[in-house]
Write a protein of this length. Structure first.
Length: 504
């Protein structure tokens, strides 16, 4: 079983003078000497150091109070999520899975060993509450691959204690800088070890993701958007596996944004190449949607049930809803875990990498961004316009539900196309994206009502079979019908407002 914590820390260069006096730091009442701890850590990575290239570290460490396996995932500069597992001889499967979007099929092997003598201090307030841990680490690094170089250095590390406001680190930083201490040039011990033990010819360094040049052509801008979505999918993979809040939704949005870009900008990227990729992205979005749609339905029906007067609630409706939601969640989570470990998913990630590395650019990709991209956005808007007008003309029926659902999907695609165009077209594209988002929200409420009514029919049938009163399900169903009718009635005006942002 793995545990997780948010690690917020800063690292500094250190010399023979050691740790400066920190008694002047605001809020610090005492500095407690916790002695010297011997730490021994072996870091794991692929042979080509893919984890290091993405600032991810995986280690097995002995010594100290948290011996075990540690996986650190970047969140922001100086902030990482650390997932811990008990000490064992083999890498825990839970941690290996969290690296899979980066490592794929490559084996994880020992790459660096770090031995540190950690001179530890606790900064506490007047109540004795821990504010931060400050240590002076004397580090010896040994590369375990290739030529096997070594390196030594000393650094100061300040790690924020749980519950302490992040601003406290600024106070410590100010004091350290005043004493002549400067921030470390390396974001982590592993990064420094890899750099300091690299062969003289420069081989052995991980292939870092290159920072793309400033976009110039239409192709540059489209690829920048596609690349950002590829990166989001890979980075969100561990969060989805850990069931972090909203991670499934954000990963699903990234797949849809990329698929939208591949379809909308077909004059830039060859669709004979990208359409099969889009099909796989559609598959992934659908698999992610099994869990997301369940969340949305559960929240919607629960909220609607909470709004009913007690006199309209008959039978064990809440218990039935909880059982239904839990059963669906358990099944969808297991299914999603299988998807993320599947050969199909890992192949898709490899395909996305290849697409970004060697994009199938068409002649229009070299054209002026404003002309090429504006034309693509206008085309998408035209598709939405036709579908909305068609939906408005259809009387309320199952056919209209389908038409509104199709219009919602196209409004979403137009929104994403406008988002991708914003760096080129500026405010007009941003305004259109916002208008399409508002329209998408309205149409999405209609589709949620359609799905909620289907779920209520299922719940009612199960309750009826169990001999329970089904009156409340009928009440909820009727209210969903009213919500859908309100959307349909307000659609012409909403579309008129959205159409006012039509691209010129």
């Amino acid at each position: 079983m793995a545990d997780a914590k948010r690690e917020i820390e800063r690292k500094y260069e250190a010399d023979e003078s050691g740790l400066p006096d920190l008694t002047g730091v605001a809020g610090v009442a005492d500095i407690l000497d916790r002695g010297v701890v011997q730490l021994d850590a072996t870091y794991y990575d692929t042979a080509d150091e893919r984890l290091a290239a993405h600032a991810v570290t995986l280690r097995r460490r002995t010594g100290g109070t948290d011996a075990g396996w540690h996986l650190k995932l970047p969140v922001a500069p100086g902030v990482r999520d650390e997932i811990q597992a008990p000490l064992s001889d083999r890498l825990p499967g839970t941690l290996a899975a969290l690296t899979r979007s980066r490592t794929r099929d490559a084996a994880l092997i020992p790459v660096v060993r770090l031995r540190s003598a950690r001179d530890l201090r606790h900064l506490v307030d007047a109540d004795g509450t821990l504010l931060a841990e400050v240590s002076v680490d004397a580090v010896t690094a040994e590369r375990l691959t290739g030529h096997g170089g070594t390196a030594q250095w000393t650094e100061i590390e300040v790690e924020l204690a749980e519950g302490t406001a992040p601003g406290f680190l600024d106070k410590v930083d100010k004091r350290l800088r005043k004493a002549g201490v400067r921030p470390s040039a390396s974001p982590s011990k592993l990064a420094r070890a890899l750099a300091d033990t690299a062969p003289p010819d420069g081989t052995g360094h991980p292939e870092r993701p290159k920072t793309p040049a400033e976009p110039v052509t239409a192709g540059d801008h489209v690829l920048a958007y596609v690349r950002a979505q590829r990166d989001a999918i890979i980075e969100l993979d561990p969060a989805v596996r850990r069931d972090e809040y909203d991670s499934v939704h954000r990963m699903r949005v990234a797949t849809r944004r990329m698929r939208s870009a591949l379809r909308c900008y077909g004059t830039v990227l060859d669709r004979t190449v990208t359409d099969p990729v889009g099909d796989e992205l559609k598959w992934l979005a659908a698999e992610l949607g099994v869990d997301r749609d369940r969340e949305v339905l559960t929240e919607r029906i629960t909220a609607a049930l909470g709004e009913l007067p007690r006199t309209l609630v008959s039978g064990p409706v809440r218990a039935r809803l909880r059982t239904w939601a839990k059963a669906r969640r358990g099944g969808s989570r297991r299914r999603l875990a299988g998807v993320l470990d599947s050969r199909r998913y890992l192949t898709l990630l490899d395909t996305l990498d290849a697409l970004v590395a060697e994009p199938p650019l068409l002649p229009a990709a070299a054209g002026k961004p404003k002309k090429v991209i504006a034309k693509a956005v206008r085309k998408e808007f035209g598709k939405v316009s036709a579908l909305i007008e068609q939906a408005i003309d259809i009387p309320s029926s199952r056919e209209r539900d389908v038409a509104i659902h199709e219009a919602r999907k196209k409004s979403k695609r137009t929104r994403y196309a406008a988002e991708a165009a914003t760096p080129v077209l500026g405010d007009p594209a941003a305004d259109l994206a916002q208008a399409m988002k508002s329209l998408q929200t309205l149409l999405g409420d209609h589709q949620d009502s359609v799905m909620a009514r289907q779920a209520l029919r299922e719940l009612s049938a199960v309750a009826h079979a169990a001999g329970e009163n089904t009156f409340t399900y009928g009440v909820l169903y009727g209210r969903e019908e009213q919500r859908a009718a309100a959307v349909e009635a307000g659609l012409p005006e909403a579309w008129q407002q959205a159409a006012s942002r039509a691209p010129g």
